[in-house]
Design a protein around this ligand. Structure first.
Ligand code: NCD
Ligand code: ZN
Length: 340
């Protein structure tokens, strides 16, 4: 069995910088493009820094490989002029809003949503998408559901603002998605597969620890059904987030799963197992193109049901990163990629 995907997109990706960028970019560029997160140290908050980062991404991408970095800025109270400059920058995609301190490198995020009003209004006028890390500071299992009220407020107050609920992990978030036309959402690979049990139910699995934390079986099952049925406002966003091995296998494990090199094979396996391979193109590309009006670079990725051996770690430029499914054999793999 095989499937040919046209221009798959990863709508939520962490590529980092310097040596980690050089490791991650070649392992992420089976996709035709990706929405690249701005939570660098310090975060990307202006168009000039964003353009320089996009250039570093291009330099880290192998020659001859089509990979469009769709760039985001870390949400701050930007004014009209700053937003205009961002929008004029080639490759600009949108602003990513983090509640202050909610995840890796988000200390400079938003503490009081009222302070964001002016910027959100301008974004609405200018049709700039808002991407949101939607978690409260409450009990870890309730953080996403507690944040849904804020999504509701935003969707109501800014009816023309396109709001992407990033990396949703609950059935409740899916329900909200269906209530508001101006909401869309991304979902990761891991949240279609694992629950909290896989992370903490037996021996602690640091490489499965990410934020938001994976939830209950009913949540995972609802997300999987929505993805398999190609819910038109749900898009694949890996949230692949490489951390050095020593930061994961440590006392105080950093949040983030590294999935880029295996996400397409694993998605093909999931969709094939459920007899839904025909819906994979919508999930990994067409929905995003319809929602955001994207025209990705052309690329054809053929996946087939031949095994892929996932390495125990990826090492280059002095960095070592352990992927999800490290050391395992996956039943599907990339057969070929045509960059045209
Ligand atoms: C991400 C990271 O490491 O940058 N971590 C994660 O657990 N997903 C940040 C984020 O998207 O929350
Ligand atoms: Zn992320």
């Amino acid at each position: 069995m095989e499937i040919c995907l046209t221009s798959p997109l990863d709508m939520h990706l962490h590529l980092r910088d310097t040596t980690m960028l050089r490791l991650a970019a070649p392992l992420s560029s089976d996709f035709a493009g990706a929405v690249v997160m701005p939570n660098l140290v310090p975060p990307l908050t202006n168009a000039a820094d964003m353009l320089a980062y996009a250039q570093r991404i291009r330099e880290a991408t192998p020659a001859g490989v089509n990979f469009d970095p769709l760039m985001t800025l870390f949400f701050t109270a930007m004014n009209e002029q700053e937003l205009a400059a961002a929008q004029e920058a080639p490759g600009f995609f949108g602003l990513k809003l983090y509640p202050a301190g909610i995840t890796t490198n988000s200390e400079g995020g938003v503490s009081n949503l009222a302070d964001a009003h002016r910027t959100l209004s301008i974004m609405e006028e200018r049709a700039i998408p808002l991407l949101v890390h939607g978690e409260s500071h409450g009990f870890v299992m309730d953080r996403e559901e507690e944040f849904l009220g804020i999504y509701r407020q935003l969707a109501t107050k800014y009816p023309k603002l396109r709001i992407s609920m990033e990396h949703i992990t609950t059935a409740a978030a899916l329900q909200l998605l269906d209530e508001f036309e101006n909401l869309c959402a991304t979902v990761t690979l891991q949240h279609l597969i694992i629950t909290l049990d896989d992370i903490a139910g037996g021996m602690l699995q640091p490489h499965l620890f990410c934020k938001p934390i994976a939830k209950r079986p009913a949540d995972r099952d609802a997300l999987l059904q929505a993805a398999l049925n190609a819910h038109p406002r749900l898009m694949f966003g890996s949230d692949s987030a490489p951390h050095p091995r020593c930061k994961k296998e440590s006392c105080g494990c950093a949040a983030g799963c590294f999935t880029s090199p295996l996400s397409l094979p694993k998605l093909a396996e999931l969709f094939a197992t459920h007899g839904k391979l025909d819906n994979l193109q919508a999930f990994v590309c067409d929905n995003a193109c319809n929602i955001h009006g994207l025209t990705p670079s052309s690329k054809r990725v053929i996946l087939h049901d031949q095994p892929m051996q996932v390495p125990s770690s990826y090492r280059s430029y002095g960095e070592t990163v352990v992927p999800m499914f490290a050391g395992e054999q996956l039943p599907w793999s990339v057969k070929s990629i045509r960059e045209s």
